[in-house]
Design a protein around this ligand. Structure first.
Ligand code: SF4
Length: 177
């Protein structure tokens, strides 16, 4: 079995949140939301396949943004990966997930969906946006129901953070710090 070569791929700046640490929106850097065109995305997939063929690896994509689901060609991209049997993880937000969306992602081969929780509710919502914590917990259950592995990433904060030692223990998904 060949080893994987993983590509983390930012396809759009578009996002419902404005997190305090976000490089996209820092210091009003983002004058205009940018997204890759469909032609660029197809070229990226081809280039990554060529690279992996040269180094005898299997491509694996971590698709992110922004919130990648907001890209107008999000579904065509997942369909392209499904046709090519390329495995992938989505690194996104909870806000546009429904049972139907999660099931559709699962059918197209989504292995994992990564979200963020940055402390208990007050800290997380201050850092990301009001209501984000509860929505994230609800959507983790939805992701799991569809048979996709949910992964939670935590950004340790120098100010206002919840120590990792008092973070809740969630046995049904893994936690990356
Ligand atoms: S969810 Fe991600 S892309 Fe959106 S503002 Fe937060 S860090 Fe930035």
């Amino acid at each position: 079995m060949k080893q994987y070569f993983a590509f983390q791929w930012h396809i759009t700046d578009d996002c419902d949140q404005r997190c305090k640490h976000c490089y996209i929106f820092a210091k009003n850097n983002c004058k205009q939301l940018d997204s890759m065109s469909w032609a660029q995305m197809q070229a990226v997939v081809d280039n990554c396949e060529d690279f992996c063929e040269m180094y005898d690896r299997l491509p694996y994509f971590y698709i992110t943004g922004g919130d990648p689901i907001l890209h107008p060609d999000f579904w065509p991209l997942l369909e392209l990966l499904a046709i090519k049997r390329i495995q992938f993880t989505i690194m996104g937000n909870p806000f546009h997930l429904t049972d139907e969306v999660c099931q559709r992602m699962k059918l197209l081969g989504c292995e994992k969906y990564q979200l963020s929780i940055d402390g208990l509710e007050q800290t997380h919502d201050w850092f990301r946006k009001p209501g984000s914590f509860q929505t994230t917990l609800e959507k983790i259950a939805m992701i799991n129901r569809a048979g996709i592995r949910s992964v939670v990433m935590t950004t340790p904060l120098a100010f206002g953070s919840t120590p990792i030692s008092v973070m809740p223990s969630w046995p049904r998904f893994s936690c990356t710090v």
